[in-house]
Every structure is written in structure tokens, then in C-alpha cells.
Design a protein around this ligand. Structure first.
Ligand code: ZN
Ligand code: FE
Length: 256
């Protein structure tokens, strides 16, 4: 049983990079280092030594500093097996069902393709922390670039099985614009209306809306709510298969 201390670093226009520090052994991972400088500064401020990079997927805003940080620290790069050819400097390939040790903290690995062909999520059960990259966002989900809507729905369904208290450490601050879309497709969801007021308040103060929790997402995120009658009515698919409701919702978001 080992707990992580998690440190959030806002970078670029809307990315979040995370440091995850195993309190027992001092091992420290950076999740999806888009850029190196702010990561190096944060490590120094914390007095932590980088031992690992965990990549969720290959996009440059998630792997951009892989080689720089590896060269500087000799850290081990862990990434999705299904995309090993596109993860710069990858040392360890992991896939669905694998576990990976960050010191004494255990990450369970899920394949969550859809946004990209290979996409991992890392769940540290003992810390109630999920690093899910560009798969599940606060009030949204990633664009389906390389996979199918069915794949993305399967990926999100997998994450929905985790405990409601799981904190969702996603890789972008997209919550406010996601929420505007969410309200347009599920205007009758009072939990969503209330949450958006909180989100607007946080953003006015320049504060992050991430992490949220899975329980909150299940109550307010339209991409986890194809069972909602209000959503089904808005997208004109009452009683349709859940994957069809999800796909229609995702396509509407693409054009919102
Ligand atoms: Zn991406
Ligand atoms: Fe991204």
C-alpha cells in the first residue's frame, strides 16, 4: 500500500502535465511531458528526482519532452504497446491487464483506444488516481482521430467501471467549452447546470477544474450518459443502442 503525491503542471495553452511521487520510495513519474522546462522546474521545486515517464499516447503534446528528459535524467519511458513505434525513446511497453510498479505504487494499465490507435490509461488504485490522457476529459472525451466510435465507447465504458471516487487526471483544461456543449445536449440535467456554475467560477479565478471524479463525470458528462432520456431526445435517438447515442453525441461535438 503506497500513496502518491500528485503535482499538476499547466503547460502550453491548455495541457496538464503531472508529477506522481511515490511517498515510500521517492520514485517519481511524469505523465505526458509535453515540454521539458516546466517539468524540470517543478522537480527542482519539489526536490524530486525523475525516475519514469508514463505516456498515454503518441501525440506531441504528450511526448514532446520524452527524449530531453531521458537524456537529462536517465529515466525509464513507459508507453502503449500498440503504439510503440510512435513513442519517442520507449523502454517498456505495457498493455491492457498489465501492472507497472512506480516504486511501491502499482499502476494498472488499460487499453483505451479511439483517440489514437494505441492509448493507455494508468490507474493507481491505492491513490484513487486515473491518468487517462485524451480519452476521458472533464465534461467531455477525446476526439476520435484514429479509432472508431465503437472503440471509444468501449474504452469509456471500461473506465466507467472504476470506483466513483476515482480522481480523473486528464491532460487538458477543456472543461468550460465541453460544458457549453454538454448543456446544449442535456439542458435538463440539474447536476450539470450546477457543475457548470462551479466551473465558470473556477475559470474566472484562473483555477483548474481538473481533476474531477468519476462519480461527478457519470452524473454530468454527456459522453458517459447515453442512457439519459434527455440526451437521447436531443440527438433524436430515443431507445437506440448506447454506442449509437454516443457516436451521434461525439459527432455533434465535432461540429459544435
Ligand atoms: Zn492527443
Ligand atoms: Fe492532447
Amino acid at each position: 500500500m503506497s500513496q502518491l503525491e500528485i503535482h499538476q503542471i499547466p503547460v502550453l495553452s491548455d495541457n496538464y502535465v503531472y508529477l506522481a511521487h511515490d511517498l515510500e520510495t521517492g520514485k517519481t513519474a511524469v505523465i505526458d511531458p509535453a515540454v521539458g522546462g516546466p517539468v524540470i522546474d517543478a522537480l527542482a521545486a519539489k526536490g524530486w528526482t525523475l525516475s519514469h515517464i508514463l505516456n498515454t499516447h503518441h501525440h506531441a503534446d504528450h511526448t514532446g519532452a520524452n527524449l530531453e528528459l531521458k537524456q537529462l535524467t536517465g529515466c525509464t519511458i513507459v508507453g502503449p504497446k500498440a503504439d510503440r513505434d510512435r513513442i519517442p525513446g520507449i523502454d517498456v511497453e505495457v498493455a491492457d491487464g498489465d501492472t507497472y510498479q512506480l516504486g511501491k505504487a502499482t499502476a494498472q494499465v488499460f487499453d483505451v483506444p479511439g483517440h489514437t490507435r494505441g492509448h493507455n490509461a494508468y490507474w493507481f488504485e491505492e491513490s484513487d488516481a486515473l491518468f487517462c490522457g485524451d480519452t476521458l476529459f472533464a465534461l467531455g472525451c477525446g476526439r476520435v482521430f484514429e479509432g472508431t466510435h465503437k472503440q471509444m465507447w468501449t474504452s469509456l465504458s471500461k473506465l466507467m467501471n472504476l470506483p466513483d471516487a476515482t480522481r480523473i487526471y486528464c491532460a487538458h483544461e477543456y472543461t468550460q467549452s465541453n460544458g457549453r456543449f454538454a448543456l446544449s445536449v442535456e439542458p435538463g440535467n440539474q447536476d450539470l447546470v450546477k457543475r457548470m456554475a462551479e466551473v465558470d467560477q473556477l475559470r474566472r479565478q484562473g483555477l483548474p477544474t481538473v481533476p474531477s471524479t468519476l462519480g461527478v463525470e457519470k452524473a454530468t458528462n454527456p459522453f458517459l450518459r447515453p442512457t439519459s432520456k434527455n440526451l437521447q431526445q436531443t440527438v433524436g435517438l430515443v431507445g437506440a443502442e448506447l454506442v449509437a447515442v454516443f457516436a451521434e453525441t461525439r459527432m455533434r461535438k465535432d461540429n459544435f
